[in-house]
Design a protein around this ligand. Structure first.
Ligand code: ATP
Length: 238
């Protein structure tokens, strides 16, 4: 497409000790695109997502969101700029109600909050049925929907989803991916890490494959899906 680039990662290197976990990673995401990040366990996908969100520091390289360098910003400033992570493991507030969890997502943009809560309940009808229950009592799939609803309340320009299908039953995964397809169809810009590689590729526009912290392949989702060597080597699991 010729949509403008919204997120750019240039030669990003980082790690947890002396050894880098990401090596000079380059990534481009255009407005309205859905990009899948694929790779085996330990390839560095979560580290990349956490670094984009400001939860982990780059050692070298840059991250730009609509031309603004995110490197020096704190995580909450990055959220305010519109880059919002739904982390692996969902991380809802278990003691708070579903409704209060959704409302919390609006802390930066309280105007029109209740109308947007209503939008989220239309988007995720299961959450309406559970509105006044403690979030900790929800099923895994419901917690994932809640985590996404909370993230959407903060009005992301780019939504990062780290392993949303992890631990969910096949039927629930289907429902979850239908919600992601809808967000894509609404032109939300999405970056998706998921071990359900075939499913992720069926929705994504483009994909990057990471191995050992390096980008070893990139292309349209169709190109990556059609590459047998690649799918055998790195993509297993669906
Ligand atoms: P997975 O699907 O297993 O989460 P991943 O592709 O997301 O894999 P990362 O979680 O980013 O990979 O891990 C990349 C490498 O960094 C691994 O070798 C991992 O052991 C290491 N690592 C991740 N988090 C930490 C941490 N907090 N401290 C030290 N090493 C870490």
């Amino acid at each position: 497409t010729d949509a403008p680039e919204v997120l750019g990662v240039g030669r990003l290197t980082t790690g947890y000790g002396a050894e880098p976990v990401l090596h000079a990673v380059d990534l481009r995401v255009r407005q309205g695109e859905m990009v899948a990040l694929l790779g085996a366990n330990g390839a560095g996908k979560s580290t990349l997502m956490r670094t984009l969100a400001g939860l982990h520091r780059p050692v070298e390289g840059g991250i730009h969101l609509q031309g603004v360098e995110l490197g020096p910003l704190r995580a909450e400033q990055i959220v305010a700029r519109g880059l919002v992570l739904v982390p692996e493991g969902r991380q809802v507030f278990p003691e708070l109600s579903v409704l209060d969890n959704i409302r919390l997502g609006a802390f930066l943009h309280p105007e029109g909050r209740e109308a947007r809560v209503e939008e989220m309940l239309q988007r995720f009808p299961r959450l309406r049925e559970r509105l006044h229950q403690r979030a900790g009592l929800l099923s895994g799939g419901e917690q994932q929907m809640l985590a996404i609803a909370r993230a959407l309340m903060s009005r992301p320009r780019v939504l990062l989803l780290d392993e949303p299908s992890l631990g969910l039953a096949p039927k629930v995964i289907e429902e979850l991916f239908a919600s992601l397809a809808r967000l894509r169809d609404e032109s939300m810009t999405l970056v998706l890490v998921d071990q359900m590689a075939a499913l992720a590729l069926s929705l994504a526009d483009r994909a990057y494959v990471l191995e050992g912290g390096r980008v070893v392949a990139q292309g349209t989702a169709a190109e990556i899906a059609a590459n047998d060597a690649l799918t055998r080597a790195y993509l297993g699991g669906g």
